[in-house]
Design a protein around this ligand. Structure first.
Ligand SMILES: [Zn+2]
Ligand SMILES: [Zn+2]
Length: 173
């Protein structure tokens, strides 16, 4: 696979004021953190669409790309995946102290597309990643998945383990 583009040299685009350019670029993304777990981003290189326009005294950027994350279900740890979409904008004005107008991804006429795409993907993640919306999670007693399980098999109260009673006594002290 060819090297994915991550740094855009804005000067080389030599856009005049009022001009715009639309670029389609593959960007390789590092795994994303979600709920203490690491989730792989698919495909290996996401296909981004980057629109760059040149309003007076700066740049405006619009970044879009679909992606998919894959990793363990947050309840039962089975494999799960979810489609998500990035739709993000940044502005960079050359002569201003207004932080809002100075994109942190632009330095010396270079746009760090890789870093922006990574941060934008992290913001676009779902709050929860589940193998299915009604995932029943793991049995708190035996740790087995409760999906497709007979609830009767997990009524563990019927045969209490004497060791648990010992533990409870210890905790009460
Ligand atoms: Zn699950
Ligand atoms: Zn159980």
């Amino acid at each position: 696979m060819s090297q994915a583009t991550t740094i855009i040299d804005l000067a080389r685009l030599s856009l005049s004021h009022g001009e715009g350019r639309r670029l389609e670029l593959p960007v390789r993304l590092e795994p994303l953190e979600l709920g203490g777990q690491s989730y792989a981003v698919m495909p290996e290189a996401v296909e981004t669409t980057l629109e760059i326009s040149r309003p007076s005294g700066g740049y405006a950027f619009h970044l879009r790309f679909p992606f998919r994350i894959e990793g363990p279900c947050m309840r039962c740890l089975e494999g799960a995946s979810k489609d998500a979409e990035v739709d993000a904008r940044e502005i960079f004005q050359e002569h201003t102290d207004d932080e809002e107008l100075r994109s942190p991804y632009v330095t010396d006429d270079e746009l760090d597309l890789g870093r922006w795409a990574h941060d934008a993907a992290a913001l676009a993640l779902p709050v929860q990643l589940l193998c299915r919306p009604d995932c029943a999670g793991l049995c708190p007693v035996c740790g087995e998945s409760l999906n497709d399980a007979d609830p009767a098999e997990h009524e563990h109260e019927s045969e209490p383990d004497p060791r648990w009673d010992k533990l409870r006594e210890l905790k009460l002290e």
